[in-house]
Design a protein around this ligand. Sequence first.
Ligand SMILES: Cc1cc2nc3c(=O)[nH]c(=O)nc-3n(C[C@H](O)[C@H](O)[C@H](O)COP(=O)(O)OP(=O)(O)OC[C@H]3O[C@@H](n4cnc5c(N)ncnc54)[C@H](O)[C@@H]3O)c2cc1C
Length: 279
Amino acid sequence: MSKPAPRTLEVIRSCQLSPHMRRVTLGGEGIASFPADQESAYIKLIFPRPNAARPLMRTYTVRHQREREIDVDFVIHEAAGPASAWARTAQKGDQILVGGPGPKNIIDTGADWFLMVGDMTALPAISVNMALLPQDARGYVVIEVLDERDIPTLAPRENLEVHWLIKPHADSSSDALLNYVASLTWLPGKVSAWVACEFSSMRQLRKYLKQTRQLGKSQLYISSYWKIGNDEDQHKVEKRQDSEQLEMANEYLPQQQATPPSSPATSKGNPTPQPSKIP
Ligand SMILES: Cc1cc2nc3c(=O)[nH]c(=O)nc-3n(C[C@H](O)[C@H](O)[C@H](O)COP(=O)(O)OP(=O)(O)OC[C@H]3O[C@@H](n4cnc5c(N)ncnc54)[C@H](O)[C@@H]3O)c2cc1C
């Protein structure tokens, strides 16, 4: 299928959802060619650069889609970047060139239980995925936010524990997501895991989920959405190198059958989210 041509969309409205998250609603005439049913798909925001061979492109998630409108939720981060800077001041009537949508990465809703992990950049996609899960879905959602006030109200689910981790400094790497996930009681049955976060956290979680928990491709979607100290173009290069290294390592890996750590039976745990401070 040929790639759809980028379209110019117009800011319909914008609002601050929390201290570090801003929602921009896009529509206008250009939305007529935007396909239906694209919540959680990614789009590319295109920022033309005079005298440069290529424009800058930044990747975002369709959080909601309504008749002739989409919502895009932007993390407003400290380090300067064209997309977050644009979103910070986006006003009704502003225009933006938008490519895509690209494919959605939906969690396997037929699994026995679910694990979703991410930081604020993945909150839009995780929110869409959570809404797709069966009402009685079991498992865990672990999300790192910058501030306690960035925690949104999610519809409560009896068997889906939501855990919020507070990490006020996005520019320093940490193993908080890994440590939290590793502390969870593994539930019986087949898990489907969906993970998206900063590059180094992603690598830690990938190692844990693949090597320690022995999750195969069909059970795991894992991706880095950004990298500390890299803009999106640099991050893309790192991502490519990382996946090439991973492929090479897999090729030379002896076929081993490690036994995943056993864990006690179903954890009911504490269904009330308890934000934990990360220094
Ligand atoms: C499939 C996919 C979907 C995504 N969906 C969303 C989404 O819905 N909402 C969203 O906010 N992001 C999303 N992202 C992440 C977003 O594309 C990156 O954060 C992007 O780098 C932001 O572009 P920028 O122009 O603001 O900053 P860039 O010019 O790319 O980077 C400038 C500086 O800002 C830093 N930086 C970038 N992002 C962050 C951050 N989140 N926190 C702290 N520092 C940062 C970089 O390390 C760099 O130092 C998604 C990424 C992918 C791959």
